[in-house]
Structures are given as structure tokens and as C-alpha cells.
Design a binder for this molecule. Structure first.
Ligand code: ZN
Length: 583
């Protein structure tokens, strides 16, 4: 998600300005506000996040259990090639990220979008195994779509969604091992379902769970909702929760963070929509058949964390390719008229190509066949899903530029948002994490990817400090201390630890990317990108924790680089990471 608030950005920039003034000189380079052209994005009024019962205030770093029988570690085809003085070897720039072979969790889904009732009806056959060393006598499933029965939970005035929401109906739950019917209980958090197994599931034992569901789609301009003729259908099917360190992970959904946390899986999906509807999805279309007024799309989505789709009978589409990746842009072709969108779509396609090139070089090449970009009503501004991103159509209103100004800045706000959501394909999609407990692992790293894009296309990213004017070490330390004093650091806190949404955004989005820039300066750009590529290589298609990031950092950076170690110690609260406490 990209929820950049201009006031917060200004506040952070002002803080830099004040600090530099205190150092004796102000430099316009650091205080320059970027002409982002960001449209005002509505942030719903929200109650302060409350630490939910059962969720520890201090996140416990976890190790994701690796199944002993299931191949999960991708084998890099390219040999690490960039040695550093420490002997650390990073994968070379632009290395391949191969989708691993071997069996994965598998969802086979038949879905029907009912545009009269505004529901999605599904029949799911889900095959998985116990990937822990414990015996499971129950399963935890997450049903996020039912959260819309309480508008407050999803960031709205309850009256806005109550009339249009309903709890997801789930029926016909069968255990494929013996055909036994299973029942479930909803927790007080209605998104948490507990399924009692009549026969326990042993470590590495496989089972198939069959179920039917009907999920109501609310009338909202949101990541899950229909509005202005477009259906955004995400997090709509009951999904198995993660089992980590001997317990089911079922963190409370918080609108500021995504709180999506799931295992990589393969998806075979058939979606039936009214004739005339176009479907964009996480998958690649293998066939499309129209019979008796309905069209059925047959789709495959290998090795992704979730399956989502958007559908509309007013979609227009354009496409391009980059390095074998097909890029599709979908937008409302009727409102505004399609020709008004031509320039925006053209810039979007170029932005997507540039992002794939810049991020592919920096972190390893995008491993999937397709990337879909959907312009749709979405209050958050932008939202990321595997192989599909949703961007507010407000971004297609160009900012007027004078004859002396650079015309490419007209869509800068859109470009940064598109690049940000594409950046999530690496930090959320390829490398997963618990976005509720460790939001920096997706949002701070992804906010940092904005800089990679900005550097690639030549935007001023406002992150370059006037190092020639001051002692770099003193400046970095002063800035970091000021961020600590302001409560923006450490980064490794859960989203439940921020009393206000703006504090979360200032910390995780703004300070995070700036802090990583300081870290980059202290280790050198080549080493920094090597660290990120190696972090992605080691954790591709798994769920990572802070420890996994620091493992690579400490291997790559020589101990005599005391400044880099100082910066890491200020960015992170190492006492929360047992393996690195006291480092
Ligand atoms: Zn984001």
C-alpha cells in the first residue's frame, strides 16, 4: 500500500531542515519538497490501533519451519559474482530469481461473480500439508471479507458499510482424508475461523480441504469492494493462516498495515462473470469461453501468496512487454472516455517497464509471466497483490506544467505510486513477511524501492544529503537520533505499537526509506544492493523475519565499519532479535 500523506512528508523534511540549520547551514537539496502531484487521498477516520489480546506488544522473531519433504529453497542458476573485501559474495546485478520446482500448497477454485447480488461464490479444493513439527488437531483459517461487517475495523464509519455487508457463508467443509464433514467456530475477531479436525494432521502429512463460500462485496472504493462499475475482489476466500513457532498466527487486521500473511501456493482458478466483463487477475489466462450470457476465464497463478481479481464491464485495456513479461493496464474506458486516458496509460506502461528494469537489476529479475495494473477507485491510493496492483484513477489527472518545466513530472505522483506497488512484488510477493508484526519488511523496504526507480528515471528523490558540507558520520548519527527522539525509530515494531496512523506512516514509510539511504551510504551502494539481492535470493518464496535480513547484513559488512553497525543499531531495536541482541 502507498498512503503518502503530504503533511507527513513535509514534517519529515522540516525536521531535516531544522537539524541542518542547527548544524550551521541549510541546504536546499535536503529541504526541497518534491513536486509530487499526489492527489489528495482520503484517509478514513480511524480509532487508534489497540493492541489486541493475545498479540504480544513486542514481536517475537520467528523462524518459518521448512518442510522436510517439500523442496522450498530455490536454486539460483546464476553464480554469485560480486566479491567484497569480507569474502561475502552477492548475486550479480540482474540475476534470475527462479520459481522453485516441487510441490506447493494448491488451491483449485471455481468462482462466480454475481453482479446482481454483489457476491463472489466459490468452490475450493485446497491441498496442503502440515509444515511444522507439531501435530495439528485444528486449523486456523482467515476470512478477511467478513471484517466489512464492522466498518470501524476496516477504517469506515460503521453506517457506511453496515447495510451492504454480510458475514461470509462457508459450507460443505470436508476433510479429503476420510470424507468427514468439518465444522468451524468464529473467534471474537470475526476474520479468525477455527476448524476442528476429526483426525489430527501429523507433521508433513498432506490433506485436502474442500469448502464452498459466498462472500458479500461491499459498495466501497476500496481494495475489497465495487464502485463506479469496477469490482476489486481481494482477500475474499477463506485462507489457511500461518503456523509459526508452535502457534497459529492470527494478528488483528489493521487498516494501516495489510496484515496479510500466507504461504506461497499454486492456484488453478475458473472465474465466471457476466458476458461483457473483463477480468484482470494474479493469474495468466489460459482460455476464455462464453456460454449463455456468461464468460468463464480459466487462469493459472503459480507460486504466489494469494489470488485476487478485478472485473468490470467498462474496462478498457492496453498492454506492453518487458523482457518477456506481459504488462496489462486496465482502466475505466467509459468514464472518463478512453482517449482521455491515452497519455496516462502510455506513461504507466513505460513506468512499469522502467520499474521492472530498475528493480530487476537491483534485486533480481521479476520471475512471473505477467503484471497487471488496474486503475480503479481505491481509497488507499495504491495497493499491491501478487502480479497485480490497484492504483487510484485520480492519478491519471496530470499536473499542469509551465513551458519551462519538465513535462515528465506531470505524472510523477502516479509513477511513484506505480513503482512503489511494483516494488512490493519483491518485498511482500517474492519475499513474504508478517506485515502486521514486522511492517518494515514490506513497507519500509518498498518505500526504499521508490528511490531505486527515482534514480533510474532521474527524479529528485530528496534523499541525498549534502555530505560534502558536513561530517557524514555526525550528520547521519544526528539524524538517526532525531528520528529516535521523534518516535520514528526503531523500525522493527509491530503496526499495533503505533497509537496513530500518521505515526505509523511517518515511521514505516518515510523514516524507513531515509534510514536505509543512510545505511547505503555507510556500506557503499554496491555492497548495499548486493545485500538486498542476497536477502531476496535466500528468502525468495518464503516468509522472512528481521533476523534473515540482519544475517545477510552482518555477513556482508566488515566489523570495522563501525558507522554501519552504529546505524543498524539505531534503525533496529536489536534487543528484540535474540540472535543479535547486544551486537
Ligand atoms: Zn506499500
Amino acid at each position: 500500500m502507498r498512503k503518502m500523506n503530504k503533511q507527513i512528508r513535509l514534517a519529515v523534511m522540516l525536521l531535516v531542515l531544522v537539524l541542518l540549520t542547527a548544524c550551521g547551514k541549510t541546504d536546499n537539496n535536503t529541504s526541497k519538497e518534491k513536486p509530487t502531484g499526489m492527489p489528495a487521498v482520503t484517509t478514513p477516520e480511524q480509532e487508534p490501533p489497540v493492541t489486541p489480546t493475545g498479540i504480544p506488544a513486542t514481536p517475537t522473531p520467528t523462524e518459518t519451519p521448512t518442510p522436510t519433504e517439500i523442496p522450498a529453497t530455490p536454486t539460483p542458476t546464476e553464480v554469485p559474482a560480486t566479491p567484497t573485501p569480507t569474502g561475502f559474495q552477492a548475486p550479480e546485478k540482474g540475476c534470475a530469481i527462479d520459481i522453485p520446482t516441487g510441490e506447493r500448497y494448491h488451491y483449485d477454485m471455481d468462482l462466480k461473480l454475481d453482479t446482481d447480488k454483489n457476491t463472489v461464490v466459490g468452490h475450493v479444493v485446497f491441498t496442503f500439508w502440515n509444515d511444522s513439527t507439531d501435530v495439528w488437531d485444528k486449523l486456523c483459517m482467515r476470512d478477511y471479507s467478513s471484517l466489512f461487517t464492522d466498518g470501524k475495523t476496516v477504517g469506515y464509519d460503521p453506517k457506511e458499510v453496515k447495510a451492504d455487508a454480510a458475514m461470509t457463508e462457508i459450507t460443505g467443509i470436508l476433510d479429503g482424508r476420510d470424507g468427514s464433514a468439518l465444522t468451524f467456530e468464529r473467534d471474537t475477531d470475526v476474520s479468525v475461523l477455527w476448524l476442528a479436525l476429526s483426525k489430527p494432521l501429523a507433521p508433513n502429512e498432506k490433506m485436502t480441504l474442500t469448502y464452498d463460500f459466498t462472500a458479500k462485496i461491499p459498495n466501497l472504493a476500496d481494495r475489497y469492494g465495487y464502485y463506479d462499475g469496477i469490482y476489486n475482489v481481494t482477500s475474499f476466500y477463506p485462507v489457511l493462516a500461518e503456523y509459526v513457532n508452535g502457534a497459529w498466527s492470527h494478528e488483528k487486521f489493521v487498516i494501516s498495515g495489510e496484515c496479510f500473511y500466507s504461504e506461497i501456493a499454486d492456484f488453478d482458478v475458473r472465474i465466471t462473470v457476466p458476458e461483457g466483463f473483463l477480468v484482470a487477475s494474479s493469474g495468466t489466462e489460459s482460455s476464455k469461453q462464453t456460454v449463455n450470457g456468461t464468460t468463464t476465464y480459466t487462469l493459472k497463478a503459480p507460486c504466489v501468496r494469494s489470488f485476487v481479481f478485478c472485473a468490470s464491464d467498462c474496462f478498457a485495456a492496453a498492454d506492453g512487454t518487458y523482457d518477456g513479461v506481459r504488462i496489462n493496464v486496465y482502466y475505466n474506458g467509459k468514464n472518463p472516455p478512453a482517449d482521455k486516458m491515452d497519455e496516462c496509460v502510455k506513461v504507466t506502461l513505460q513506468c512499469a517497464k522502467d520499474s521492472l528494469e530498475a528493480f530487476g537489476q537491483a534485486f533480481g529479475r521479476y520471475p512471473y509471466e505477467e503484471l497487471d495494473i488496474i486503475y480503479a477507485p481505491i481509497a488507499a491510493g495504491g495497493m499491491e497483490y501478487p502480479n497485480l496492483i490497484i492504483i487510484t484513477s485520480e492519478y491519471c489527472e496530470p499536473i499542469e506544467r509551465g513551458p519551462e518545466e519538465d513535462p515528465k513530472l506531470s505524472y510523477e505522483g502516479m509513477e511513484i505510486c506505480v513503482a512503489h506497488e511494483i516494488g512490493h512484488q519483491w518485498f511482500m510477493g517474492i519475499v513474504g513477511s508478517n506485515s502486521g508484526l514486522e511492517p518494515w519488511m514490506d513497507e519500509s523496504l518498498t518505500s526504499y524501492t521508490e528511490r531505486v526507480y527515482e534514480d533510474y528515471v532521474g527524479f529528485d528523490n530528496g534523499l541525498v544529503l549534502p555530505m560534502d558540507q558536513y561530517s557524514a558520520e555526525i550528520l547521519r548519527e544526528t539524524l538517526l537520533d532525531s528520528w529516535i527522539d521523534a518516535g520514528h525509530l526503531p523500525l522493527n515494531r509491530s503496526c499495533y505499537e503505533y497509537a496513530k496512523e500518521y505515526q505509523y506512516i511517518a515511521s514505516i514509510y518515510e523514516t524507513g526509506r531515509r534510514a536505509f539511504k543512510l545505511l547505503e551510504d555507510s556500506v557503499g551502494t554496491e555492497t548495499w544492493y548486493g545485500i538486498l539481492r542476497e536477502y531476496v535470493r535466500r528468502n525468495a518464496f518464503k516468509n522472512a523475519t528481521a533476523k534473515d535480513f540482519l544475517d545477510v547484513f552482518y555477513e556482508a559488512v566488515p566489523e570495522d565499519n563501525t558507522e554501519a553497525y552504529m546505524i543498524v543499531g539505531k534503525i533496529f531495536d536489536l534487543s528484540r532479535i535474540p540472535e543479535y541482541a547486544g551486537k
